[in-house]
Design a binder for this molecule. Structure first.
Ligand code: SF4
Ligand code: SF4
Length: 212
């Protein structure tokens, strides 16, 4: 019998994966560090509601989160520090930033220098511990996690779905929004049922609710 892995050979990575929030929360951050410094997403990822004190109490009086702006001549990423300014503390202001506790690693990852201490609340929220996320998932049934700018993130291309959602069905849930197989390997009992949907060349189409 052809394995699912062989069936997937040559296909691009699946676009989406569906997990309950509980399952997504059971995964570990891999420490890529790409959500800790705006220059690592070329300015896409920003800090909202940056307080005037820039979290100085958490950093022995020095600013923790430092606004940056794009410049032609400063550091590798083309971003240089700027002063905090009124408006950065607004929830509606996306402030490009760097973090003074961020520790880039030789292997390309980046670690948090104060991980074992008090950090800004939002550091522990992204991407599966956001306030109101449980209610949003329950209300919508499926919710894209905001990880599209982070291809190295543990939760890249994942959707959180409510308990009992059809995307978790062992047959219907094994395809993503492009119709590609998501599970790395299917048990023989499921592969037996698979043939009812048309066999290897015709994987079951995703439920309409999960199409982009
Ligand atoms: S405090 Fe740690 S987790 Fe938060 S932005 Fe800085 S390095 Fe990242
Ligand atoms: S982008 Fe994802 S995996 Fe990388 S440090 Fe942030 S939460 Fe962790």
């Amino acid at each position: 019998m052809t394995s699912t892995k062989e069936r997937l050979a040559g296909r691009p990575d699946p676009r989406r994966r569906y997990l309950t929030l509980a399952a997504a929360r059971a995964l570990d951050c891999n420490g890529c560090g790409d959500c800790c410094d705006s220059s690592r997403t070329d300015g896409f990822w920003t800090w909202g509601s940056l307080p005037r004190d820039q979290y100085r109490p958490l950093m022995d009086g020095d600013p923790l989160i430092i606004p940056v702006m794009r410049t032609a001549s400063t550091n590798e990423g083309g971003f240089g520090d700027r002063d905090w300014r009124p408006g950065d503390d607004s929830d509606a202001t996306p402030t490009p930033f760097r973090c003074s506790a961020f520790r880039p690693q030789a292997d390309g990852r980046g670690l948090c220098g104060i991980h074992d201490r008090e950090r800004p609340t939002k550091c522990g929220e992204f991407p599966v511990h956001m306030i109101g996320q449980d209610e949003d998932v329950d209300a919508r049934g499926v919710m894209h996690l905001e990880t599209s700018a982070f291809p190295r993130c543990t939760w890249y291309r994942m959707d959180a779905v409510a308990d009992g959602n059809a995307a978790l069905d062992p047959v219907r849930g094994c395809v993503d929004s492009d119709g590609y197989v998501v599970l790395a390997e299917l048990p023989p009992s499921v592969l037996g049922r698979w043939t009812a949907f048309g066999g290897a060349t015709e994987p079951p189409r995703p439920h309409r609710a999960f199409e982009d």
